[in-house]
Design a protein around this ligand. Structure first.
Ligand code: PLP
Length: 432
């Protein structure tokens, strides 16, 4: 094989492999970036809720129809348009030997609009955990300062603060939440002391899918000069979020759950009032507005995007923008309504089984598109494995906080038949 033929062959088998695996036609490279706009490429004839063709939405996802996947809270599969944007971008950037850093600007605009905030308050990061680490370290807390977290935090939302406890002697105060949702604001207020510097909490808990009153907690924090640090990993893409209205200090989220973005993407928000007052934890190329190595001077950018230092993966950043366009095509209000409708249907089915206890609050104020339940007196983590292996339904066992329960996520690709199948499975398991 000549060198040129071998190169051709390799190109075809590598790129062709990637694109054909995803069922996406091979995309010809060109050196301009014009075709790299991450628009959805997916349209719906009708976006009035009652007219939406949910089967058309389901068809956008690559996993087979036979796969009953109700675990978006762990990992959201990406629709075709996202995969296509990532693949196209990789190909084009590789063709021109570019990193394409400037292209991520489009994603900043899309995220800012989606969350009703300004571009300078938004950065694209790798995941929610990275965001919480940035927050924890940016505050420059000292030994004896107190941080409040709850027993319902995910390890990614809790570990960054526990690391401060280890490294600096910061005191982490653990509170338990009210699983009915009602008393959580008061529980948080009661835990505050004169040493409290930050409260870190989930917008939606990963354990029982409970929604916390973010706006009210943030207002309370602000009145006491405490930083409000929100883990939105389970909220972004599930229902509308208005960061300006909530007026939190910090918000971090994954892009690879309810937003269906590429894996390894996240969103970080810092309220603009802190941008000049808090220095970034890490710095590098793109963190600065002025940089002179010879006289060792450096000024940071007045933008949270200073967190995007060094070379980044532009393809997945654009894929994240594409994911937002996908959600926008359906309409985030419609997404939220569908999640609620499916949850309500499942809840109704569960409530007919006396052996089952539901751990997610019922009211719309304190819940959204997830339901956690347990079959009384059973090892629910084992049951979850059984549901997966025997009934081929993918859920998530909740061992956190010793809840011994099972979590179900209701995303736009899920349907009522899958819920019926799950209810049939539960019926037979409870009577065994
Ligand atoms: C509430 C919460 N925070 C953080 C994380 C970690 O997310 P990531 O893997 O994007 O860091 C998760 C993941 O399930 C989560 O549910």
């Amino acid at each position: 094989m000549s060198k040129a033929t071998r190169r051709n062959f390799l190109q075809k088998s590598i790129l062709g492999g990637v694109f054909y695996t995803f069922g996406i036609p091979f995309i010809r490279a060109n050196n301009s970036f014009e075709s790299l706009n991450s628009d959805s490429g997916f349209q719906l004839e009708n976006t009035h809720y009652n007219e939406i063709d949910w089967t058309k939405i389901r068809a956008q996802f690559l996993f087979p129809d036979s796969r009953q996947y109700l675990n978006t809270a762990s990992l959201g599969p990406s629709p075709r348009t996202v995969v296509s944007t990532v693949c196209k971008t990789i190909e084009q950037l590789e063709t021109s030997c570019s990193h394409g850093h400037h292209l991520t600007k489009k994603t900043h605009t899309q995220i800012a609009k989606f969350l009703n905030t300004s571009e300078d308050e938004i950065a694209v990061i790798r995941n929610a955990t990275e965001g919480m680490n940035i927050i924890a370290r940016t505050l420059r807390l000292k030994a004896g300062d107190e941080v409040i977290i709850s027993t319902h935090e995910h390890v990614g939302g809790a570990a960054p603060w526990m690391a401060l406890q280890k490294d600096l002697g910061v005191i982490v105060k653990l509170i338990d939440l009210d699983v009915d949702g009602e008393k959580n604001l008061q529980i948080i207020k009661n835990a505050v002391t004169s040493k409290t510097k930050a409260i870190a909490f989930s917008h939606i808990t990963c354990t029982n899918g409970m929604k916390l009153p973010v706006k009210e907690i943030a207002a309370f924090c602000s009145s006491k000069n405490i930083f409000s640090c929100v883990d939105g990993a389970q909220a972004l893409g599930m229902f509308p979020i208005d960061l300006t209205d909530m007026n939190v200090d910090f918000y971090t989220s994954s892009g690879h759950k309810w937003l269906f973005g590429p894996k390894g993407t996240g969103v970080f928000y810092m309220n603009k009032k802190w941008i000049k007052k808090l220095n970034p934890v890490f710095a590098g190329a793109y963190s600065d507005s002025k940089f002179n190595l010879n006289n060792l001077t450096m000024e940071y950018r007045d933008s949270v995007q200073r967190e995007e230092y060094g070379t980044r993966n532009t393809a997945i950043s654009l894929g994240l923008g594409s994911a937002i366009e996908f959600i926008n095509t359906i309409g985030i209000e419609n997404v939220a309504k569908r999640g609620r409708e499916l949850s309500d249907y499942f809840r109704k089915g569960l409530s007919e089984m006396p052996e089952i206890e539901i751990l997610t609050p019922k009211s719309e104020e304190f819940s959204a598109s997830m339901i956690t339940f347990r079959i009384k007196g059973k090892d629910n983590l084992k049951l979850n494995q059984q549901i997966n292996s025997e009934y081929k339904i993918r859920l998530r066992g909740i061992y956190e906080n010793n809840l011994n329960s099972i979590r179900v996520s209701f995303a736009v690709f899920n349907n009522f038949t899958e819920i019926d199948n799950l209810l049939i499975a539960l019926n037979s398991l409870t009577t065994k």
